[in-house]
Write a protein that binds this ligand. Structure first.
Ligand code: FAD
Length: 306
C-alpha cells in the first residue's frame, strides 16, 4: 500500500515532474483536481461556480522555479489573470506561492516579484493570498508577507497558516496584531515531528483552536477545509459567539467535496473555491493524492480506461 509520505516524496521529484508535464497522456488524469490548461478554460469554470454563489481564487500552477526568467513569466501570468478577472467580471482573487516567484533563488527577488502582483491587485481593488509551503520557508514567507502588509492594506494581501505546525498558534496571534487576513488549513507537506504534530487528532485540535482565535478577531478570514468536523466546529463556534455568516468564508479546493461546497453556499455561507490551472500540475496533483491515497484508485481506473 502506497503511503502519504511516499506520495509527498514523489511530488518533489523534479525528473518525474518534467516527465509528467511533457507526456500529454498523463494530463487527462489530472482533470479532477486541475481546472484547465489555460486561463480561458479556467475562467469559464469560475463563471459556473460564481453562478452557484461561490467565489474563486486563481492558482497558476508552478512552484520552486529554477530561474529568474521563469519567475518573471509567473509574474506576467498573474498580471494577466488580474486583468482578465476585471475584463470578464468574474468574482475571484488570486493565490500565489513565493517559490513560484523565485524564493529558492533569492528571497529579495521573490519579494520584488510578489510586490508587483500585490501592487497590481491593489490598483484593481483585488486581493492576493500568499500560500504557505513547507516548513523550510515558513519564516521567510511570513517575513515577506509582513513587508508586503506594511505597504498594502488588510484587504489587498493575506497569508496562509497550517495547523499541523507547532508554531502556528503563536504565528496567528502575532499576525493578528498587524492585523492580517489569514487562511487556516491543516497543511499539505511532509513535516518531521520536530516541527509538526504527527497525529491527525492533534492537527485537528489545533485547527479548531486557531479557527476560534481567527473568528473571534473580527477580521475576515478563510477557513480552508473539506473536513465536515472542522466545518461543523466553525459553524457551531460562530453561532455560539454571534459571529455572522458574512464575517468569514469557507474555502475548498477545486474538485473536492463539491457536494459540501454547494450545500454551504445554499445555506448562505461565503464559499471560495481554490482553482488551479496550468501545465505544472505534478506536485499539486501528488499532494492531492497524498491527502487521500484512495484517490489513486480513481487515477488507475482512468488509466485502465485508456
Ligand atoms: C482553499 C485551500 C487552500 C489551501 N492552501 C494550502 C496552502 O497554502 N498550504 C498548504 O500546506 N496546504 C494548503 N491546503 C491543503 C490543506 O493543507 C490540506 O492538505 C487539505 O485541505 C486536506 O485537509 P482537510 O482540511 O480537507 O482535512 P482532511 O482531514 O485531510 O480531509 C477531510 C475529508 O476531506 C476530503 N478530502 C480531503 N482531501 C482530499 C483529497 N485530496 N481528495 C479527495 N477528498 C479529500 C475527504 O473526504 C476527507 O475525509 C489548502 C486547502 C484548501 C481547501
Amino acid at each position: 500500500m502506497i503511503t502519504r509520505d511516499a506520495l509527498i516524496w514523489l511530488s518533489r521529484k523534479e525528473g518525474l515532474k518534467d516527465f509528467a508535464t511533457r507526456i500529454g497522456y498523463f494530463k487527462r488524469l489530472t482533470t479532477r483536481f486541475v481546472a484547465g490548461d489555460n486561463i480561458d478554460e479556467t475562467i469559464s469554470y469560475i463563471r459556473q461556480i460564481n453562478a452557484e454563489n461561490c467565489t474563486a481564487s486563481f492558482d497558476h500552477l508552478n512552484e520552486a522555479v529554477g530561474s529568474a526568467g521563469e519567475a518573471e513569466q509567473e509574474v506576467a501570468e498573474y498580471l494577466n489573470i488580474l486583468a482578465k478577472i476585471d475584463e470578464q467580471r468574474v468574482h475571484s482573487n488570486v493565490s500565489i506561492k513565493l517559490t513560484q516567484f523565485g524564493l529558492g533563488l533569492d528571497p529579495e527577488l521573490a519579494y520584488q516579484n510578489a510586490r508587483r502582483v500585490v501592487a497590481e491587485a491593489h490598483r484593481r481593488g483585488n486581493f492576493v493570498r500568499v500560500d504557505m509551503e513547507d516548513s523550510a520557508v515558513t519564516q521567510v514567507t511570513i517575513d515577506i508577507f509582513k513587508r508586503l502588509r506594511s505597504e498594502f492594506d488588510l484587504n489587498t494581501v493575506g497569508i496562509v497558516l497550517q495547523s499541523y505546525l507547532y508554531r502556528t498558534y503563536e504565528d496567528a496571534q502575532e499576525l493578528l496584531k498587524l492585523p492580517a487576513r489569514i487562511r487556516i488549513c491543516k497543511g499539505a507537506y511532509n513535516e518531521p515531528p520536530e516541527v509538526a504534530f504527527p497525529a491527525k487528532k492533534d492537527v485537528d485540535a489545533n485547527y479548531v483552536k486557531i479557527m476560534q482565535l481567527l473568528l473571534a478577531s473580527g477580521i475576515y478570514h478563510g477557513i480552508a477545509t473539506h473536513d465536515p468536523k472542522m466545518v461543523d466546529a466553525t459553524i457551531s463556534f460562530a453561532s455560539r459567539e454571534g459571529i455572522g455568516k458574512e464575517k468569514f468564508e469557507f474555502q475548498m479546493l477545486y474538485g473536492i467535496r463539491r457536494d459540501l461546497q454547494r450545500q454551504l453556499a445554499r445555506d448562505g455561507f461565503n464559499v471560495r473555491i481554490y482553482v488551479p490551472y496550468g501545465k505544472h500540475w505534478y506536485p499539486y496533483f501528488m499532494r492531492r493524492l497524498a491527502e487521500r491515497p484512495a484517490n489513486i484508485w480513481f487515477v488507475l481506473k482512468n488509466l485502465a480506461r485508456g
